[in-house]
Design a protein around this ligand. Sequence first.
Ligand SMILES: Cc1ncc(COP(=O)(O)O)c(C=O)c1O
Length: 454
Amino acid sequence: MTIGVQSPEIQDHFNKLFSSILMEQQKIDHVKTADEDKKELLTNKLKEYEQLKGRGFFYAFMASGRGHGPFVEMIDGSIKYDLINGIGVNLLGHSHPIYIKANLEAATSDTMMTGNLLSYQEPYELSKVLLDSVKASRLKHFWFSCSGSFSNDTALKILWQKKAPNYRLIAFQKSFAGRSIAMQDVTYNAAYREGMPSSIQVDHVPHYNYKDPENALKNTIDALDKLIEKNGNTYCALTLELIQGEAGFIFGTKEYYEGIFKWAKKHGIYIWVDEVQSFARTHQMFAFQMFGLDEYVDIVTIGKVLQAAGTLYTEELNPKPGLIAGTFNGSVASMNAGKATIRYLKDGNFYGENGRIKNLEDKFKAQFKKLAEGSCKGKIPYYGGVGTMLSFEVGDASNDTTNKFMKKLFDNGIITFSAGKEPTRVRFLLSLAILDEHINEIFSILEKTILEVI
Ligand SMILES: Cc1ncc(COP(=O)(O)O)c(C=O)c1O
């Protein structure tokens, strides 16, 4: 423990509490249907919550707070494989010792939230460990915040200030950048900003076309050149997800990204990589490291797996005082968990070609291949992805078919989410707690559900 009150008595209680919580959570260790007497509880509470919230939920999902590894329990007593993990948050798995410890440590502190003006030790340590993991790049500073959207807003403000009055931004088709007033314009899907006034100037160019890889770079560069022809060089930056999450995990190659980044550098346009979803989930801690793009990135945003969010940037982009700040930037528990997660991932054998993440990806892909060429032939038109970000299509890959399939899969014991639109994909954001025995069971549930629905 680095902050808060400490004494032999507290340490003793801490140890006992830690092991008691872990032992109780570990009981959630298999798929299970709802308890008869609790079914109504879930239905009634959800109905009430839907009233409070003003809209329905896609799944009958209300978690009980009990879960372990890849398993999560609902308040009706049912237990399911969680293959979406709070949309990508619980990389280490439910009730991982790091998460329990981070919360207990935070309880010894005199405060719950931290900001970036009056500091505690936790954000300082988190910043140190994070910046230490990007040493091969020019990123030198870290500014934390509570959400991916806010970390993106921070990035945009930094870039705008640096390049004023060049406020135009280049983004990519099918991108997702969050829900803030600025980020809804960066996000490609117009349905997410229905009725909104456009508040910033964003131009979207095509991302990597995996169906036409040979011409992918040329098509993007042509679109970029056209923007400069039309608007002059009024751009501050180019922002992109190297692995497009909400699009269903579409990604290019090192050569493709290098081509775009060289174009940007030639035009004095800053490179902003949004790793809110991909952070810690690919073959390296950052996707830009996996593609070997360290030298190009000027600003990188992260979130989700970190249990916090934030913006990493170069010395050159360090903004003037007063531009960025905030009261609620992160909880002590989230700073604790973020720091410990990074240390754990860096020290363990998770990254690289022989790391646990690549190994998990290979095992999932091998199982998909077996299904697609075997009992489910013709029913899985696509599977792919990278690291713990995997997706697949079922049947005609329409919204209707995919939603029907996911709901049945939920009933059968697996939680997923969709991504992309026509083709709509079933998306996994896997946790590292998945073992071989789980993979076998997951694929037998998948097979059963595909044969039932498709
Ligand atoms: C690539 C990307 N950027 C930004 C965001 C927004 O993050 P948040 O929901 O934490 O605001 C997301 C969330 O899914 C994302 O996937």
